[in-house]
Design a protein around this ligand. Sequence first.
Ligand code: 5RP
Length: 235
Amino acid sequence: MSTEDPVKLMKQQVGTAAAARVQSGSIVGLGTGSTTAFAIQALGDRLKSGDLKDIKGVPTSFQAIVLARQNHIPLVSLDEIDHIDVAIDGADEVDPQKNLIKGGGAAHTQEKIVDSLADLFIVVVDGGKLVDRLGSTFLLPVEVVPMAVTPVMRAIEKLGGKPELRMGVKKAGPVVTDNGNLVVDVKFDSIDNPAELEKTLNNIPGVLENGIFAGVANVVLVGEIIDGKPTVREV
Ligand code: 5RP
């Protein structure tokens, strides 16, 4: 992967920094997205060099499965383990309370399952993802069972949201998730109480999961370029 683009450089630095925190023998939740991809690659590099031994990965998406295989990280399912030591995952927005919006890659349902089970959930983002209030820059993804998409969109409108069905790129028709569902991206003018909105949305029949992760993140690592040099700081 090229590291000339500053955003890519920040993602690489922060992904590598998160991978450096993983200890031998750990069960590791493997998130989804371009930042986590650098973390998975860095875990693979540490395994290859012998710096890290005996880890097992729990993937959050088909993308994570493919990257783990490419980087020779053995995978396990949730049926085979009784805990996850650490999960590393990206985010689309992070507020000052470490609440997140996720789902830019339509993988937030499996991500929430894995990230919530981890003893330590490390979020990896570049500086552009930090916001004062969730919903400021990113639409909120909601995974919906296909037959329910119309009533779910109506219910979301009643809550004050403006929903739009996510359409595929280089694929005709809507995005279909790894779970066989659709994604509705919702604009809310203001998300004042992320934890409450997370529960309210999940209560609509037909909603599988939404992209608010309230109170799940333990550590947020932020990649930034300061004075032309890539740095990582912990929030
Ligand atoms: C996928 C996600 C990603 O973690 C999120 O979209 C961030 O991705 P990236 O690191 O590529 O910016 O939630 O569903």
